[in-house]
Write a protein that binds this ligand. Sequence first.
Ligand code: GLC
Length: 484
Amino acid sequence: MKILYAGSEVLPFSSSGGLADVMGSLPAALKKRDPSSEVCVISPLYSSIDRKYREKMKKTAEFNVRLSWRNQYCGIYSYELDGVTYYFVDNEYYFKRGSLYGDFDDGERFAYFCAAIMEFMAQSGYYPDILHANDWQTALSVIYLKMRHGSEKGFRDVKAVFSIHNILFQGQYDHAIAGDVFDLEPSWAPTVDQNGCINLMKGAVVCADNVVTVSPRYAEEIKTPEYGEGLDPIIRMYSCKLTGILNGIDYTYYDPKTDDSIFRNYTFRSIDRKTDNKTALQKELGLPVSAGTPMISVISRLTDQKGLDLLTDRAEELLCDDVQLVILGCGDSRYEEYFRWLSRKYPDKVAALIKYDKLMSKRIYAASDIFLMPSRFEPCGLSQMIASRYGAVPVVRETGGLYDSIKPYRFVDGKQVGNGFTFAAPDSGDMLYVLRQALGLYRDRDSFRALAVSIMKHDFSWHTSAALYAELYDKILSERHVSQ
Ligand code: GLC
């Protein structure tokens, strides 16, 4: 089986969030499961990619890419890692930028990327069995594949899977630029139109052979107006080709036993060493060094999606208790400003690190006792899984992947079940109540320790989910053979 993943970010090369984690770990997990398969990933060659990777990349092709009236250079570089071939699309005009996203011409940049993927297939004769595109930035690759190349030799056998990692970002543009920027033909307008705009995600959902989202619960949620961000009628219409598969995390990259970015390594057997990580981080962040003070952490994009308003609502109330709060992340200025202010007001209780920092995040996971994730919606969420791996007890809102991965701690017939603390409504009072339950358990040292040990043993690796993807791909390919 030949699978080509397309995505706008991939670890360890480029990253701004969970998509990069998935792109950097699912392909390798599939390859590991079935070494005879050919697994490749294609993503942009951003100028921010570390030199140590750049130096080892090999140039494998060079050609021009047509995008409407444009005729642009494209270099293809490759890099092998864990049996997976990573291809990078080089064009400095589009990808030598200060950040991955956020420029006025993002639409054009990713349209070029998608056109380059098609041209790469045509030029190299590399036609995968499955093109698996991820999020709106690669939606056009599915649209081009099916609408433009669907009947061409080579292309016509390629099946398309489209993954929705977050339905909030759909790639919406004015129809006026359909031909000029996206190279869309006028007859395709009904396919890509949603409520009078071009909607690239909608086009990919319509065109793809299968649509996946990153947890079973989110697959249900996006069928509703509450979570569908206006695309719910389309999701309902195409629900027969929609599957929800929970993400996993990379158990090698996130491993407190071997992680060299944390202060002291540990396993569930030596979980007491976590305290050394806590006191070292307290020192590093200038918080009072106190092994017995529970450390609550939030590692998140600072946006409304993450339910941070619930925390800002109750943070000062929470801080009346003997706790320390560590925030890591960046995003909307109102949250950045608020947490900076909070750390100035409570310097002995709050540390606010307003940045995106992967290595620091691991030090915080290793140091914290409780990990808070009050998301208003969460397609999957990886942080609650990473926190569990590092023995920090998750406190989450029951939505999307959080609902699927974290079950409430309780006793059934005298036996402890559950792997965290959860609350249902997006209500700050409920959140505080549940946080206080977790803090209450923290004071019962043995029970808290038993819970932390049990969550460290929970399996959030790709093991189960990679098998579900393999099953899905097999099913798609068996249908292809029937229809031929
Ligand atoms: C997005 C979602 C997050 C998910 C990640 C990877 O960042 O917001 O919930 O875990 O994609 O699929």
